[in-house]
Design a protein around this ligand. Structure first.
Ligand SMILES: Nc1nc2c(c(=O)[nH]1)N[C@@H](CN(C=O)c1ccc(C(=O)N[C@@H](CCC(=O)O)C(=O)O)cc1)CN2
Length: 287
């Protein structure tokens, strides 16, 4: 068996076409959806991601505002800027690019974003809403994974799903979204004993640990669906995921590549969250 490649770029393109259509309707009705992106410091990877976010807004009819702040910006100055964006009528969505420098309390910063503009879905109010099954915003990467599973008609009700990683921005919300879809979910992490015993019984494995090529073919049940959320560099400095794609492709039924899998979906679902924030304030006539 050779796994089908789950093409995140193609699914992203389809969803962005709908975003562009709906954004044009809102703009014609007098309000272009607006996203504010705050980047602190000069982390090279963060600069790539922020550039991709702003470019995707421009290409799909959303207004975007990029605030680049120096790495030594004070926490109070960052909080003050967020407060300004919270009341800026042009702005429907706000994100602060993670990670932040060590001298800044990320939790305090994320809590400063108005929950109804928190298009990353990281505010505790939105994390709680997600946990109770009534999310305002779903975090972009897990949301994108769900859209890929939907696009490839992967059955979720009753499926055994294993999420490897327990971060607040991917692992935990990923598990909750799979649970809401009817999967039986196991979250594995650095303290998990016998990881393979879990992954070998999984119909779906989501790898989100940040360890290059950690998930191998022999760790899977034949026919499993593998979603790679990892963003790593291999020994040659080449971008790779948490999945050893070359070994997994001979065992899995479908798998996402890195690049070209989950990453484009993360950006796309950010556009969707921003658009829906604008629509909630100003329903467009023919949405
Ligand atoms: N405020 C946030 N910070 C971070 C988030 C987030 O959702 N909100 N997630 C990650 C990084 N991330 C989004 O910011 C992200 C990562 C990767 C990609 C992407 O398009 N990857 C491409 C390859 C890009 C490259 O060439 O390096 C792909 O996989 O095809 C988009 C967004 C942490 N921070």
């Amino acid at each position: 068996m050779t796994a089908q490649t789950i093409d995140g770029k193609a699914v992203a393109q389809q969803l962005r076409a709908d975003v562009a259509r709906r954004a044009a309707l809102l703009a014609a009705a007098g309000h272009q959806p607006g996203l504010a992106v705050v980047l602190v410091g000069d982390d090279p990877a963060s600069q790539v991601y922020v550039r991709n976010k702003v470019k995707a807004c421009e290409e799909n009819g959303l207004f975007s505002l990029l605030d680049r702040l120096p790495a030594d910006v004070t926490e109070d100055a960052l909080l003050a800027r967020i407060a300004e964006l919270n009341t800026d009528a042009r702005i429907d969505g706000i994100l602060v690019q993670l990670p932040l420098p060590a001298h800044i309390d990320s939790h305090k910063v994320l809590e400063a974003i108005a929950p109804d503009k928190d298009v990353d879905g990281f505010h505790v109010a939105n994390a709680g809403a997600l946990m109770t099954g009534k999310p305002l915003f779903r975090p972009c990467t897990p949301y994108g994974v769900m859209k890929l599973l939907e696009a490839y008609r992967v059955p979720l009700a009753g499926a055994e799903a294993v999420v490897i990683g327990r971060s607040n921005i991917v692992g935990k919300p990923m598990a909750l979204l799979l649970l809401e879809a009817g999967a039986t979910v196991t979250i594995c992490h650095s303290k998990t004993r016998d990881l393979i015993a879990h992954t070998q019984r999984a119909d779906i494995v989501v790898a989100a640990v940040g360890r290059a090529k950690m998930l191998k073919g022999e760790m899977l049940k034949p026919g499993a669906v593998v979603i790679d959320v990892g963003i790593n560099r291999d020994e040659n400095g080449k971008l790779c995921g948490d999945v050893d794609f070359d070994s997994v492709v001979n065992v899995a039924s479908a798998a996402t590549p890195v690049p070209g899998g989950v990453g484009p979906m993360t950006i796309t679902m950010l556009l969707v969250n921003t658009l829906e924030a604008a629509e909630r304030k100003r329903p467009s006539p023919q949405a």
